[in-house]
Design a protein around this ligand. Structure first.
Ligand code: NAG
Ligand code: NAG
Ligand code: NAG
Ligand code: NAG
Ligand code: NAG
Ligand code: NAG
Ligand code: NAG
Ligand code: NAG
Ligand code: NAG
Ligand code: NAG
Ligand code: NAG
Ligand code: NAG
Length: 531
C-alpha cells in the first residue's frame, strides 16, 4: 500500500505535468481474463460503472460494435487505488447500465510507459488496410506516454474490440512533445479527423488522415474558454439540433445537426480542479469556428471530467470525479476509486438570447427501472417520504414534473426540496430548487451534511440558475454518487458524496407555490446491475 503522503504528491505530479507515477507494487497485471471485483461495498454504485478494483479515470475508446454492444474503455491502474501505471480497462454492456468486466484491452510496452487516453473508430471500409476480410474492423488511437515524450499510436482489433494488436509502424503522430495527448477521432466525408490537446500550450490541434496511419496538421483552435492549467481530452462531435420546448420528442429523419468542440481543463476549473467546457460551432472538415465567444460548462457540480462521445453516436459518458481529491476519496477502503457518470443522450438547442446550448438527457433508463416506490399527482405545498433498500440502500431515481402559473411573482419562500437521509447517523444529501430571491430559478445541491470524507477542496454546495422556471427535475442517488438533471438535461449536476452509512430515505416536498401550480412526483427503485 502507498504511504498516505504519496497520493498528495501524485496529485501535484498529475495535475502539473500529467506524468503519472508508476505503480510501486510489483503485482502482476492479469492478461486475458477479467479482473475480479467485489461490488458489495456500501459505497459501490449500483447503476454507474466503477472498476472491479484499483483506480479508474478518463473514459476512452467509447464505441458501439457491429453487434450493438456498447464498449467502455477507461484509464486504469489495475495495481493500486491511485492514478498511475496507465492501462485501458474494458467493460461491455447491452444497455449502457449493466456492465460486464472484460480483460484489460491495452497494456503499456514496459514499466516506464503508460497508455494514456484516446478513442476508437470502426473501419468497415478498410481505409486502414488492416481488415482485408471483415467489415467489423476496430481501431484504437491513443497516447503512449514515455519519460521522453507523448506520441500517438494505433492498435487494431478483428474481434469487435476485445483484443488489439499494436500497429507495427507506431507511432503514427510524433511532434516531439511531452504534452501532446488524448486523440479523439471522428469521420468527416472521406477523411478521418483527429482533435488532440497540446495540453500546456492551450491549443487543440486538428489533424486529418485518409487511413489512420498518416496524419496531416489541418488547423489549431487556440486559447478558447477557460485555460486552467492544462487542456485535455478534446472531443469534436456532430449532434442533432432539437427545439428546446420539444426536448423529449422523437426526432425527424431529416433533422438538422450542429458541431460541438469540448475541452476539459485541469486544474483551474471555476469551481476548482477539473471540468469540461464546450463550444458549439461550425466545422468544415479542417477548421472549427465557435458560434460565439462564450464558455459553457457541461456540469454545475464538480465531478464530471473528460467526457467522451461514443464513436458516431450522440451518446456520452464522463468521469465522475475531480483531480483535486480523486486520489484521496474513501472508496479506497473497498479496493477501488472512481465511477463514470450516467450515459447521456446529447443534442443542441438554440436558446435564443443565450445562444446554443448542449442538452444532456439521461440515456433511456427503462431497462433498469424497477419498483415503483411512491408517486403523487399533486405534490403542491406538501411533502412525501419514502424508505428504500432494506437498511442497505440501493440506487433510486426520482422524477418531478412542474407546471407553474406564468406572469406571477413568487413568494420569497417558494421552493422545491429533496433530501436523501441515512437511517441512524443523520447524514443528508440535500437539494432543491429556489423560485424566488436575488437569483431566481436556481437548482442547488449540498453534500456537506455527510461525514465520510473531509478535505478543504471537497466543496460542499453547488448551484446553477436559469432564465425560466424548471419544468422537470430528475435525480438519482447511487450510494456514493448523485446526479441531478433539470429540464431533461439543460442543467446537469454530478456530485460525489460519501456518507458513513447508506442513504435509505428520500423526502421530496414543495412549499409556498402559488395557486395554479401542479407538481407530479414518481420515485423508482433502480435495478442492482451488479447483483
Ligand atoms: C458478433 O456477431 C458476430 C456475427 O453475428 C459473431 O460471430 C460474434 O461472435 C459476435 N461477437 C460477440 C463478441 O458477441
Ligand atoms: C519503454 O517503451 C518505450 C516505447 O516503446 C520506449 O521508448 C522506451 O525506451 C522503453 N523503455 C525501456 C526502459 O525499455
Ligand atoms: C483492405 O486493405 C488491404 C490493404 O490495402 C488490401 O490488401 C485488401 O485487399 C483490402 N480489403 C478489402 C476487402 O478492401
Ligand atoms: C483473407 O482472405 C484471403 C482469401 O480468402 C486469405 O488468403 C487471407 O488469409 C485472409 N486474410 C485474413 C487476415 O483472414
Ligand atoms: C499549432 O499549435 C502547435 C502547438 O502550439 C504549434 O506547434 C503549431 O505550430 C501550430 N500550427 C499552426 C499552423 O499554427
Ligand atoms: C414542438 O413540436 C410540435 C409537434 O412536432 C410542433 O408543432 C411545435 O411547433 C414544436 N414546438 C416548438 C417550440 O418548436
Ligand atoms: C474551412 O474553413 C477555413 C477557415 O474558414 C477555410 O480556410 C477553408 O477553405 C474551409 N474549407 C472548406 C473545405 O470549405
Ligand atoms: C405507484 O404505486 C402507487 C401505489 O401503489 C400507485 O398509486 C401509482 O399509480 C404507481 N405509480 C406509477 C407511475 O405506476
Ligand atoms: C446488508 O449488507 C450486509 C453486509 O454486506 C449483508 O450482510 C446483509 O445481508 C444486507 N442486507 C440486505 C437486506 O441486503
Ligand atoms: C406576461 O405579461 C406580459 C407583459 O404584461 C405579456 O406581454 C405577456 O403576454 C404575458 N404572458 C403570458 C403567458 O401571460
Ligand atoms: C427547502 O429547504 C430550504 C433550505 O433548507 C428551507 O428554507 C425551506 O423551508 C424548505 N422548503 C420546503 C418546502 O421544505
Ligand atoms: C414527466 O413528464 C415526462 C414526459 O415529459 C414523462 O415521461 C414522465 O413520466 C413524467 N413524470 C412524472 C413524475 O410525471
Amino acid at each position: 500500500m502507498m504511504d498516505r503522503l504519496i497520493p498528495i504528491s501524485l496529485i501535484l505530479l498529475s495535475t502539473l505535468t500529467h506524468v503519472f507515477a508508476q505503480s510501486s507494487t510489483t503485482a502482476p497485471v492479469p492478461t486475458g481474463i477479467p479482473i475480479q471485483g467485489d461490488y458489495t461495498g456500501p459505497l459501490r454504485p449500483r447503476v454507474h460503472y466503477s472498476p472491479p478494483k484499483g483506480f479508474m479515470n478518463d473514459p476512452n475508446g467509447l464505441f458501439k460494435d457491429s453487434n450493438g454492444t456498447w464498449h467502455l474503455y477507461y484509464q486504469y491502474n489495475p495495481t493500486d487505488v491511485v492514478a498511475g501505471n496507465q492501462h485501458w480497462g474494458h467493460a461491455t454492456s447491452p444497455d449502457l447500465y449493466t456492465w460486464t468486466n472484460q480483460p484489460i484491452a491495452l497494456f503499456p510496452p514496459n514499466s516506464t510507459s503508460g497508455v494514456f487516453s484516446g478513442s476508437i473508430v470502426t473501419d468497415p471500409g478498410n481505409t486502414s488496410g488492416f481488415f482485408p476480410n471483415t467489415t467489423n474492423g476496430v481501431v484504437a488511437i491513443y497516447t503512449l506516454n514515455t519519460p521522453e515524450k507523448q506520441t500517438q499510436e494505433i492498435a487494431y482489433s478483428f474481434d469487435d474490440g476485445y483484443t488489439f494488436t499494436p500497429y507495427a509502424g507506431n507511432p503514427v503522430l510524433d511532434v516531439n512533445s511531452k504534452q501532446f495527448r488524448d486523440p479523439k477521432v471522428v469521420r468527416y466525408g472521406d477523411n478521418w479527423v483527429m482533435v488532440i490537446a497540446f495540453a500546456a500550450e492551450y491549443v487543440i490541434g486538428i489533424y486529418t488522415s485518409p487511413d489512420l496511419k498518416t496524419w496531416t496538421h489541418a488547423s489549431n483552435v487556440s486559447h478558447v474558454g477557460f485555460l486552467g492549467v492544462q487542456y485535455e481530452c478534446p472531443n469534436l462531435v456532430e449532434l442533432p439540433i432539437r427545439s428546446g420546448d420539444n426536448s423529449s420528442n422523437g426526432r425527424g429523419a431529416d433533422e438538422e445537426k450542429g458541431w460541438v468542440l469540448t475541452i476539459s481543463i485541469n486544474p483551474g476549473a471555476p469551481l476548482g480542479g477539473s471540468i469540461t467546457q464546450y463550444f458549439p460551432g461550425e466545422f468544415n472538415g479542417t477548421h472549427f469556428t465557435p458560434h460565439d465567444g462564450a464558455t459553457r460548462l457541461s456540469n454545475f457540480g464538480k465531478d464530471d471530467y473528460a467526457g467522451q462521445f461514443f464513436y458516431n453516436q450522440s451518446v456520452s459518458i464522463g468521469w465522475a470525479s475531480n483531480w483535486e481529491y480523486t486520489n484521496l476519496v474513501p472508496t479506497a477502503k473497498e479496493g477501488w476509486r472512481s465511477s463514470m457518470t450516467l450515459p447521456r443522450e446529447n443534442y443542441l438547442v438554440d436558446t435564443g438570447v443565450k445562444g446554443w446550448e448542449l442538452v444532456q438527457e439521461i440515456y433511456d433508463l427503462q431497462p433498469i427501472v424497477s419498483n415503483n416506490l411512491t408517486s403523487s399527482r399533486n405534490l403542491v405545498n406538501t411533502s412525501q417520504e419514502v424508505g428504500f433498500g432494506d437498511g442497505n440502500g440501493t440506487a433510486v431515481y426520482f422524477d418531478l414534473n412542474i407546471t407553474l402559473p406564468t406572469n406571477i411573482t413568487f413568494s420569497p419562500y417558494a421552493s422545491i426540496n429533496f433530501t436523501f437521509s441515512t437511517a441512524s447517523s443523520g447524514e443528508q444529501l440535500k437539494g432543491g430548487y429556489i423560485l424566488a430571491g436575488a437569483t431566481p430559478y436556481t437548482i442547488w445541491v449540498d453534500r456537506g451534511k455527510t461525514n465520510g470524507f473531509e478535505y478543504p477542496l471537497f466543496t460542499e454546495k453547488f448551484s446553477a440558475s436559469q432564465l425560466k422556471p424548471a419544468q422537470r427535475i430528475q435525480g438519482i442517488i447511487d450510494k456514493s454518487l448523485s446526479e441531478i438533471y433539470v429540464d431533461n438535461g439543460a442543467l446537469v449536476g454530478t456530485v460525489d458524496v460519501y456518507p458513513t452509512a447508506p442513504f435509505t430515505k428520500l423526502s421530496v416536498g414543495t412549499g409556498d407555490l402559488p395557486e395554479g401550480s401542479n407538481v407530479s412526483l414518481e420515485v423508482w427503485e433502480l435495478k442492482d446491475t451488479w447483483a
